[in-house]
Design a protein around this ligand. Sequence first.
Ligand code: SF4
Length: 492
Amino acid sequence: MSDSNQHESLFDELGFSETIEVIHKEIQDLYLENDLPWVVGYSGGKDSTVVLQLIWGALAKLDEKKRNKKKVHVISTDTLVENPIVSNWVSRSLNMMNKAAKAAKMPIHATQLHPKVESSFWVQLLGKGYPAPRPMFRWCTERLKIWPSNQFIYDVVNQYGETILAIGTRKAESALRARTMEKHERLRTRARLSPNGSIPNCSIYTPIEDWSNDDVWLFITRTENPWGLGSTELLELYKDATEDRECPLVLDQSTPSCGASRFGCWVCTLVARDKSMEAMIANDPRNEWLLPLTAFRDLLDVKNDDHLRDFRRMSGRVQLHKNGPIHGPYLQHVRERFLRRLLETQQKLRENAPPEYREIELISFEELKEIRRIWLVDKHELEDILPRIYKETTGEPFADDTDYYHCFGQPEMDLLKEVCGDDFLRFECIREMLDLEWQNRNQVRRVGFLDKIESALQKTFYEDENDAVSFARKKKKYQASVAREAKRETVK
Ligand code: SF4
């Protein structure tokens, strides 16, 4: 809890109560300046809890009519792959918040945000085959965190023209954070409000930017939580964390990986190990039911995963880097294996979880439906194996009533595979063309059909991976020589 860089407390000069009075006054002045709604980013962690408590406390002192002239939206993004205990804690906190705000006639309303089904972690990873996130390919943060919250803020800005976003960012979090905040400070046109680099007409208010960790904890332990959380509940949640940073409201990609924090996603492969989840399990035997989650995360965390991925990019193109192929999405059998393991993990959790988590859902039915659609329609995997995996792992039929009637299915594909033998590319090519023909069978005008057939051929006309890579190398060499020739001509 202690912050080694910070020895002085914010409360030293005026004392605790007086300092809070000053901050409350600042919030009230800013709030009463106009009728623009506020948005507060809440993660359930200590920093955003302090910000919301400060705002709540300041507004509670205002006349009821004055404070209800506008709305304060509390937003919290659940990535759908949150640590289940943290996710439960945040949902409970948001419910309590809404009840308490209503009872106290406060203008505060909490909303939990989620990524859209088509952008969810599982649809990207299992459906499309995006590899587990890495520092060089961190595709998750914007889809899971930035897009849902930015969409909410955009909607508020569209409705009211402008908004103020209050967040719990602090300079003491890291040197990088301090530098970024100082840069934004220099761009301030109004006192205490920084421009938001990614959303126009949204100003950022960081009321605890100069607080140390100790200041934050002092405030939490000395102040009564207005929506009814026990003062030690948050401390309990943090108690055994190896890192006590929280994953804040993520606004842009400059935010460092939140996986190492208390509130990262349980699937995060940006960190070597999910130390906070491991600590949660090690320090409280009641959390042992979470163990299968760490095993699944480790399954995704393969350092050199080229053998699990297609040698072509998502588009089917062979792209070179340092003369070798840049590998693309996970292969079909890998995606199927991961899905099977995920559903088995879900079953294990349900069997061993405490009663309140018995219905836990690691992947939703809507996500499964979208994954099935991608496999079947976009990737032409006519085996349609998802309902079978679902039935085999859960014992339940997969109740998707979408009409995917096709004249070919698993038996025909097994036969085709047998005929093609080791030539997987030929199998893939024929399968895709059969499906394209089926998908376009009722089209009167087959606009673009030949392009699709050509693209299917271009993806698969090689003998094998080596042939494809050697072709790409020759092509690259040829293109470079043409470019050199063109340059020489221009110089002449
Ligand atoms: S915690 Fe990890 S997986 Fe989740 S959004 Fe952040 S970087 Fe991505």
